[in-house]
Design a protein around this ligand. Structure first.
Ligand code: SF4
Length: 135
């Protein structure tokens, strides 16, 4: 082998070695759970938005009808379509003994209904979707 051939051999061998070293490093990074350098700087997913303050707060002794003054037209239509009334006309059916009632949402004589996205319902109210609360 002359000098030219030797140089070509060393150049090719050197390139092969560098390629093998790069591949090995990349595989080790993947095996360790590390992301390749290009993806390490990727943005994290945005945190979920905080629930509205009204959703988290307990309102003491709330007057249901006052609280419900801020209901949207859609909220009111939902209530109307379900035949919601503030005072049940059935002796054994009201929100208190309905499976959809959540008394812990508010303090006082109001609670939340799982079927209504917004607003409070009176404990003695009723609607067509009343269903007995299971013990
Ligand atoms: S489904 Fe009707 S009866 Fe039951 S909690 Fe809601 S509003 Fe009250």
């Amino acid at each position: 082998m002359n000098d030219n051939g030797r140089r070509q051999f060393i150049a090719k061998f050197g390139l092969l070695s560098l390629s093998a070293l790069s591949a090995t490093t990349l595989l080790q990074a993947c095996a360790n759970g590390d992301a390749p350098a290009e993806t390490k700087g990727s943005p994290k997913p945005a945190p979920a938005p905080a629930p509205a303050a009204a959703e988290e707060e307990l309102v003491e002794n709330i007057d249901c009808s006052t609280y419900n003054q801020n209901l949207t037209e859609t909220d009111l239509k939902t209530r109307e379509s379900l035949g919601y009334i503030e005072q049940s006309e059935k002796a054994d059916q009201n929100c208190t003994n309905c499976r959809f009632y959540n008394p812990a949402k508010f303090k006082g004589d109001c609670g939340a209904c799982q079927l209504f996205a917004n607003g409070a319902v009176a404990s003695g109210a009723w609607c067509k979707t009343w269903a007995v609360k299971e013990a």
